[in-house]
Ligand binder design. Structure first.
Ligand code: F0G
Length: 462
C-alpha cells in the first residue's frame, strides 16, 4: 500500500542576513525574575526573554529593501520625495484621495475620533481595539461591540468570525439615529476577538447599511493583508484575485481608513490615516499639524515613510502571506493536537489559548490566564499576554471581581522574526505545562493602578 504523501515543510521564504543573539537562561533564573517583577511579564526586561510573543506590533523584521529605502529617506520638512512615495502607495492601496502620516495607529485614532466623537456620540464596531475604545470614550462618546453570539464560542469552526452582526447594526442605527452616530468601525482582522477575519460579503453589507442610514464607515486595516488571505481562500468569487486586489476592493468600501503601520506595513513604527471627504481631511490635517507634524511627514521621519511604502508592497507577496498565515496556524494546530484548548479557527497574527479550560481548577478570581502566562515564561522564557480578567475585569460595589467574557492568553507572532524551530520549541514547552497543570494554584493582586492595570499590576502566588 502506498503511504499518503507527507506534506512538505513550509520553509520560511527568506534567509537571514543579520542576527540578534538571544540569551539562554535557566528555569531557576526565570523563577527569580518572576518574583522580582511581581509575576507581570510587561515588567520583564526583553534581554531576559527567549521568545517574545507579547505582540506582533512593531516587532517585524524589515527586509533588505526596506533598510536600503531607509538610506534614501528624504528628511526635508516639506514635500519630501519619501512622502510622495508613501502617499502614492497608500493612495493606490486605499483609493482614498487624502493621506495623513501619523507616528502610530492610536495617533490616527486620536485625530479622527477627536473630530467624529464627543458627548452623546455613539460608535459601533465588530470589536473596538483597546486604544480605539479609549480614544472614543476619551471624547465622551460611547462604543458598542456587536459580534453575533456564535463568534464568542471559542470552538465553533466558522470562516469569518470577525463579521459584524448586521441585524444588530440596523437596530442600533435606527435606535440612535444618524445624527448621534460618530461612525461604524470595521476592524480587519478583528484583533480583540481572536484575530478573526471579516468577509467581503459582510463589508459590502455594512457599506450598504451605512449608506441607507447616512453614516460614516471607518476601516481599521492594521492587518488588511492578512484578512485578504482569508478572503481569497475562504470566500467564493475571490479565488482568482490577488491579495492586493482584494485589499483594494475592501478598503474602497470605507469612507476612512486608519492603520497602525506596525503590523502589516512590516515596520517598527508608524501610522496612516486616509479619508475620502475633503472637509474631514482638512479638519484632520489641522489636528495633525498641531499634534504630530507638518502634513507631509506627520509623526514620521522620511526614512520611516520610505520603509512603510516598501513594506506595504512586500506584505502582499503571495509567498510571504502564505508563510505568514500558515506558520501561525502551524503553532495553533500543533497545540490543539496536544490537547491545548485554542480559539478555533486560528486567526492571522496570533494563537489564543482558553486558559479557563486548560486550568479548570483555578478560579477566575485567581487569574488562570496570568498564571499560564507566568508558567510559559518560567518553563521556556516565552513572553505572552493575558487577555482576560486581568486586562478587562472590573469590580462591583462590594469589591468583588466581575470577570471578563473569556480568560484567554495571546501568543502573537512577530512577522519574519522566528523560525520554525523557535515555534517547535514553544510547542515543546507546552508538554511541561500539561505535565504540571494539576498542581497549579493561581495568583492574587498585590498592587494595581486605577486603569489599564495589566501593564503595571503586581501579583503574588497563592
Ligand atoms: N487597531 C488595532 C486593531 C490594533 O491591533 C492596534 C494595536 C491599534 C489599532 C493601535 O495601533 O499600537 O500603532 O497605536 N495593537 C497592538 C497589539 C498594540 O498588541 O495588538 P498602535
Amino acid at each position: 500500500m502506498t503511504q499518503p504523501k507527507k506534506e512538505r515543510t513550509l520553509a520560511e521564504p527568506f534567509r537571514i542576513k543579520m542576527v540578534e543573539p538571544l540569551k539562554v537562561t535557566t528555569e531557576a533564573y526565570r523563577e527569580e525574575i518572576l518574583k522580582k517583577t511581581g509575576y507581570n511579564p510587561f515588567l520583564i526586561r526583553s534581554d531576559d526573554v527567549f521568545i517574545d510573543l507579547l505582540t506582533d506590533s512593531g516587532t517585524s523584521a524589515m527586509s533588505d529593501h526596506q533598510w536600503a529605502g531607509m538610506m534614501i529617506g528624504d528628511e526635508s520638512y516639506a514635500g519630501a520625495h519619501s512622502w510622495e512615495h508613501f502617499e502614492a502607495v497608500v493612495k493606490e492601496l486605499s483609493g482614498m484621495p487624502y493621506i495623513l502620516p501619523t507616528h502610530q495607529g492610536r495617533a490616527a485614532e486620536r485625530i479622527l475620533y477627536g473630530i467624529l466623537g464627543g458627548k452623546d456620540k455613539v460608535f459601533i464596531s465588530n470589536t473596538h481595539f483597546d486604544t480605539t475604545r479609549a480614544n472614543i470614550e476619551f471624547t465622551g462618546a460611547q462604543a458598542f461591540d456587536i459580534l453575533p453570539p456564535e463568534a464568542y464560542d471559542p470552538e465553533l469552526d466558522l470562516p469569518f468570525k470577525g463579521d459584524i452582526d448586521t441585524a444588530q447594526l440596523h437596530k442600533l442605527l435606527k435606535e440612535y439615529g444618524a445624527s448621534r452616530i460618530g461612525a461604524v468601525i470595521m476592524t480587519v482582522t478583528n484583533n480583540s476577538a481572536g484575530g478573526q477575519p471579516v468577509s467581503m460579503g459582510n463589508m459590502k453589507e455594512v457599506r450598504s447599511i451605512c449608506d441607507e442610514h447616512g453614516v460614516l464607515l471607518v476601516i481599521d486595516g492594521c492587518r488588511v493583508a492578512e484578512n485578504s488571505y482569508f478572503i481569497k481562500h475562504r470566500e467564493k468569487g475571490y479565488e482568482n484575485k490577488t491579495y492586493k486586489e482584494i485589499a483594494q476592493e475592501l478598503l474602497r468600501l470605507g469612507d476612512a481608513f486608519m492603520m497602525s503601520a506596525k503590523k502589516d506595513a512590516l515596520v517598527n513604527m508608524g501610522g496612516i490615516l486616509a479619508v475620502k471627504n475633503e472637509d474631514l481631511a482638512r479638519q484632520c490635517t489641522n489636528l495633525l499639524i498641531i499634534s504630530e507634524g507638518f502634513a507631509t511627514y506627520g509623526g514620521l521621519t522620511g526614512r520611516d515613510m520610505e520603509a512603510i511604502a516598501i513594506g506595504l508592497q512586500e506584505v502582499f507577496d503571495a509567498d510571504y502571506l502564505h508563510y505568514r498565515i500558515r506558520s501561525t496556524a502551524y503553532l495553533g494546530e500543533h497545540l490543539r493536537n496536544k490537547g491545548i484548548p485554542v480559539v478555533w479557527p486560528i486567526g492571522g497574527h496570533a494563537v489564543y489559548i482558553d486558559s479557563k479550560k486548560l486550568y479548570p481548577h483555578i478560579p477566575v478570581e485567581q487569574y488562570p490566564g496570568q498564571m499560564l502566562v507566568c508558567d510559559l515564561y518560567q518553563k521556556g522564557g516565552i513572553r505572552c499576554v493575558e487577555v482576560g480578567s486581568v486586562m478587562f475585569g472590573k469590580y462591583d460595589e462590594q469589591g468583588k471581581l466581575i470577570p471578563a467574557k473569556n480568560e484567554l492568553v495571546r501568543l502573537a507572532i512577530p512577522r519574519r522574526v522566528y523560525t520554525q524551530s523557535h515555534i517547535d520549541f514553544v510547542i515543546d514547552v507546552f508538554d511541561d505545562i500539561l505535565e504540571m497543570r494539576e498542581q497549579k494554584t493561581g495568583l492574587k493582586i498585590t498592587y494595581e493602578p486605577p486603569f489599564l492595570r495589566h501593564f503595571t499590576a503586581k501579583f503574588e502566588k497563592i
